[in-house]
Design a protein around this ligand. Structure first.
Ligand SMILES: [Zn+2]
Length: 330
């Protein structure tokens, strides 16, 4: 099966009222862990690569690792998505590489740090929509800015999404999905106390545009047990809190269809590697600790697929191709 347009995966999630995790990857073990979880739970899945990941993998490795994942899992709808594209040029490169979806984060300038105006955001987003749709590729935009910084992305300022502006933005830009700032935050150090998310923003948009897929970024839950494993085996992470699963599930009820998860996978892998190396200091076979890291990613992702309600939906529909989407958009 070729890569599936992300729009279809999100539209089907809207029909079934569930969420789909978008998991960041940089290497083979992450992809294998995620695909095993998807296959065992029967879940559609979004694999996403940041610009940092594209650089780390020299682009071509991501392409072929995902090709391997598709070959090994012909029954799992899989979208390959660019996370936080910063310009039309970056999105073009991802499309050329075979991505079925791109994010243009026009909430920040090309430096991925300076917030833009509504008009500046609309202009760059529209240019990506016009380009990507010609290839049948899905486009995710972002309005409002999140807290935290991850992979060099973030202004450090929080500006919650205005629902009226969001509706206008969706209509004028033609995006297929929109990331909202509702109080979530990028990175591991999100909150000192349990956060109150501005879930009403989701409801206000969904009331006007009932089936439009909304996206939550910075939505790792940063489970204490993962922090504890790292610190038990020589790590030094400060105590911190992520986005509670109940808040994400409430978001899904209100119209969130894509949930970005990066930090939890990183924490799980780091804990697993530290544990193996600490408990068996004579080990020097990388398969021992990378294998443990892969297992840890699998466990975390499997839990998310169950909690987001994605499990069991892989066979609900006949996957479309980018060619089908080209016709749809034209
Ligand atoms: Zn993000």
């Amino acid at each position: 099966m070729p890569v599936v347009p992300m729009k279809q995966i999100l539209d089907e999630a809207a029909k079934g009222a569930y969420g789909v995790g978008a998991f960041n990857v940089n290497n083979m073990e992450q992809i294998q862990g995620i695909m095993r979880a998807a296959s065992e739970t029967g879940s559609p899945v979004i694999i996403q690569a940041s610009r940092g990941a594209l650089k780390y993998t020299n682009m071509v490795y991501i392409k072929h690792l995902v090709q391997a994942a598709l070959e090994e899992n012909p029954d799992i709808p899989l979208a390959l998505h660019l996370d936080h594209g910063n310009s039309l040029q970056t999105c073009k490169e991802a499309i050329e590489l075979g991505f079925s979806s791109v994010m243009i984060d026009g909430s920040l300038k090309e430096d991925s740090k300076t917030p833009t105006t509504f008009e500046q955001n609309l202009e760059v987003t529209k240019s990506v929509v016009d380009y990507a749709h010609r290839y049948g590729v899905t486009v995710e935009g972002e309005l409002g800015t999140l807290g935290g910084i991850e992979d060099g992305v973030g202004s450090g300022q929080v500006k919650l999404t205005d629902p009226q502006e969001a509706i206008k933005f969706i209509e004028l830009s033609g995006v297929d999905a929109l990331a909202l700032a509702i109080g979530t935050s990028h990175g591991a150090y999100k909150f000192k106390a349990k956060p109150e998310l501005a879930l009403d923003i989701i409801s206000s948009i969904s009331e006007k545009l009932p089936d439009f897929p909304l996206v939550m970024h910075g939505s790792s839950s940063v489970p204490q047990e993962l922090i504890d494993i790292i610190n038990r085996y020589g790590g030094k992470l400060q105590s911190t809190m992520g986005v509670p699963m109940e808040s994400i599930q409430e978001g899904i009820k209100r119209g969130i269809r894509k949930i970005n998860v990066d930090t939890d996978g990183r924490l799980a892998m780091t804990g697993a590697v530290r544990k193996v190396l600490t408990q068996t200091p004579d080990v020097f076979d990388p398969r021992k600790y990378f294998g443990a890291a892969r297992q840890a990613v699998y466990e975390v992702v499997k839990g998310k697929m169950q909690d987001f309600g994605t499990a069991g939906h892989a066979g609900d529909y006949q996957p479309l191709t980018l060619e089908d989407m080209k016709k749809y958009y034209s």
